[in-house]
Write a protein that binds this ligand. Structure first.
Ligand SMILES: Nc1ncnc2c1ncn2[C@@H]1O[C@H](COP(=O)(O)OP(=O)(O)O)[C@@H](O)[C@H]1O
Ligand SMILES: [Mg+2]
Length: 112
């Protein structure tokens, strides 16, 4: 299994969720975060200046899928979240050691 951690622009969340469920993703975690990338937040604009100049609001997605699906998930997020402008986000892929569905006791790929 792999975990895909992606930061996206908040307004892209609904499109990305829809695209991911469309390819068979069945669960994800979504967190509102603040962060910065190469531009350190300086040249991005987000609804005025209510935020600390160095940090901009992003949405973080965490998605665990079978290893065979990871590439498709990455491509789908990359394609859907892309605006071509700075701050479009980043995608990281990590190995996942185990998973457990609490209700049934199912493990690993059966649990996701
Ligand atoms: N090296 C990194 N490690 C962890 N998170 C990162 C990293 N780079 C970017 N991020 C996260 O991704 C968000 C979007 O980054 P982005 O501005 O698109 O990257 P860049 O400016 O480097 O192209 C940041 O707000 C931050 O939350
Ligand atoms: Mg940036």
């Amino acid at each position: 299994m792999k975990m895909i951690i992606a930061t996206i622009k908040p307004f892209k969340l609904e499109d990305v969720r829809e695209a991911l469920t469309g390819i068979g993703v069945r669960g994800m975690m979504v967190t509102e975060i603040k962060g910065f990338g190469a531009q350190a937040g300086h040249t991005e604009i987000y609804r005025g200046a209510e935020y600390s100049v160095n940090f901009l609001p992003k949405v973080k997605l965490e998605i665990v899928v079978g290893a065979d699906m990871a590439e498709q998930v990455v491509e789908t997020i990359a394609k859907t979240a892309n605006t071509g402008k700075i701050g479009d986000g980043k995608i990281f892929v990590l190995d996942v050691e185990s998973a457990l569905r609490v209700r049934t006791g199912e493990t690993n790929e059966d649990a996701i």
